[in-house]
Write a protein that binds this ligand. Structure first.
Ligand SMILES: *Cc1c(COP(=O)(O)O)cnc(C)c1O
Length: 480
């Protein structure tokens, strides 16, 4: 028996390489990552993939491959296919980040494999995540009794918020068809997914009107709520956006907050994209200060905010912040018999009690590492830079002859080219296709009220004046 065990051990031990092999691997990985980062400016933001092309070539083997072979496959077939979200030329959808300092945090989180689910198992890791959650609560002006959870992204953050709203309002299944949920056409689709997953698909979903800036019209919303009340329906949930995906519009958060209070609605703000612009030090022609656009965010019952967007971290880090922690806990905790030894201090929550997850990635360490290595100033400067670049683009693209949408609330704006003859939507589609095919920058489009608009979304920490001028130059060529 012992010999059998030892025979297995000698093979199983390959999973725990010695320092020499670890060093060899890490050297190659470091070289690879340096080359990747240093070549980013020269790399495409988008590589067209042919239909039918299969990205990965390697088969899983019994005895493993050399690291060189694996890296070469990744480099050829993963990195140079489709979108390159690490590129500063990524100006489509909502651009991603990929801070190097965050990657170091991820490396350490993976090597130490700390258990950030339950305080009893990983008090240090949980404490780090909890400190970050408190910092985020402070950022949006929530009281110290609020709390939240570090999620994989904004979608799960929205889901946790909506499930908590359902719990807080003690919604019974039989009442769901009478419930009213208020949101605009501009709300992110993950909110609709969350409503469905939360079991609320049969509620009355009211699309409230937006104004010429694509922000929710408060008066009309109020009238719709009053009308619903008169009909004997139950107004329940109001969802605003602090930075919509289409245009970056920030809804009138303060007025909507008052409305929610007057009608006792749960008030959720989806600030997944825009939330961190609250840190901006700039002025804004309409709001006075840029930060003022977020006045009223503190009135929310729950907020979703994505560090993997506005704090430039790698994909996989969102956050939900909630005032009614009791309901958040009631909706998500569970006491399992095999976890009977666990205890929690009075003043610390365990992430597992506030989210659907149990075992999870120690995702807070990347944010912790980045905030501590850089301090907050470079983040604020980068956020300010993104806003200024968007305003710069907004001016320059008009000089090229494009029609623009509203003055940017944050770092997204929409524009389209009106040709002298021909179908404008088709012409703009062709412009996007031509830009994406070149691949030096990547942009995406949207349809608002049936009209095709090209978007620019500036949020990568690697997007600077160089990339915007490059794009403007290409737009000029494409339309001439
Ligand atoms: C990106 C985004 C989401 C979804 O977040 P994920 O992190 O992609 O899950 C939700 N709302 C808004 C406004 C977004 O921009």
């Amino acid at each position: 028996m012992q010999n059998k065990i030892l025979a297995k051990e000698s093979v199983a031990k390959l999973l725990n390489p010695d320092q020499k092999l670890r060093q060899e691997w890490i050297d190659k990985i470091v070289t690879f990552s340096h080359e990747f980062v240093d070549q980013l400016e020269a790399m495409k933001a988008y590589h067209v993939i042919d239909e039918g092309e299969i990205p990965l070539k390697l088969q899983i083997t019994e005895n493993g491959l050399e690291l060189e072979q694996i890296l070469s496959d990744l480099s050829q077939n993963m990195i140079k296919k489709g979108l390159n979200p690490a590129s500063g030329g990524h100006l489509g959808y909502i651009p991603g980040g990929g801070l190097y300092s965050g990657a170091i945090g991820d490396f350490l989180a993976a090597i130490t494999n700390q258990y950030a689910g339950i305080y009893y198992g990983g008090p240090g890791a949980v404490k780090i995540e909890n400190e970050l959650i408190r910092w985020l609560c402070g950022l949006v002006g929530f009281p110290s009794s609020s709390f939240g959870n570090l999620t994989s992204g904004g979608s799960i953050a929205n889901l946790i918020a909506i499930v908590t709203a359902r719990e807080a309002h003690s919604i019974k299944a039989i009442e769901i068809p009478n419930l009213c949920i208020y949101l605009s056409q501009q709300v992110h689709h993950s909110v609709h997914k969350a409503i469905r997953i939360a079991g609320l698909a049969e509620a009355q979903i009211r699309f409230v009107p937006t104004d010429s800036n694509y922000r929710i019209d408060v008066e009309s919303t109020k009238n719709i709520i009053i009308n619903d009340q008169k009909q004997g329906l139950r107004p329940f949930l109001l969802i605003a956006s602090a930075g919509t995906t289409d245009t970056g519009a920030v809804d009138p958060l303060f007025l909507l907050g008052q409305l929610a209070q007057n009608f006792k609605l749960w008030y959720h703000i989806d600030a997944a994209y825009g939330g961190f612009f609250k840190l901006s030090t700039l002025d804004h022609p309409e709001f006075g200060t840029q930060s003022n656009a977020f006045r009223g965010i503190e009135l929310a019952d729950s907020v979703a905010i994505d560090p993997h967007k506005g704090l430039f971290l790698s994909y996989g880090l969102g956050a939900v912040l909630i005032k009614d922690v009791k309901s958040m806990y009631a909706a998500h905790y569970y006491k399992a018999s095999y976890m009977q030894d666990i205890w929690n201090p009075e003043d610390e929550f365990s992430p597992a009690d506030l989210s659907p997850e149990l075992t999870k990635h120690f995702r807070g360490l990347r944010l912790w590492m980045s905030l501590h290595l850089h301090g907050i100033n470079p983040f604020i400067a980068a956020l300010d830079e993104k806003i200024l670049l968007t305003r710069y683009f907004y001016e320059k693209v008009q000089q090229l002859g494009f029609t623009v949408g509203p003055y940017p609330d944050l770092s997204v704006c929409i524009y389209r080219f009106i040709p002298k003859t021909g179908n404008a939507d088709e012409v703009n589609q062709k412009i996007v296709d031509a830009i994406v095919k070149r691949g030096d920058v990547f942009v995406s489009s949207t349809s608002i009220d049936g009209v095709y608009w090209i978007r620019i979304a500036i949020l990568s920490f690697r997007t600077h004046l160089r990339e915007i001028d490059l794009y403007l130059g290409q737009l000029k060529e494409v339309i001439s």
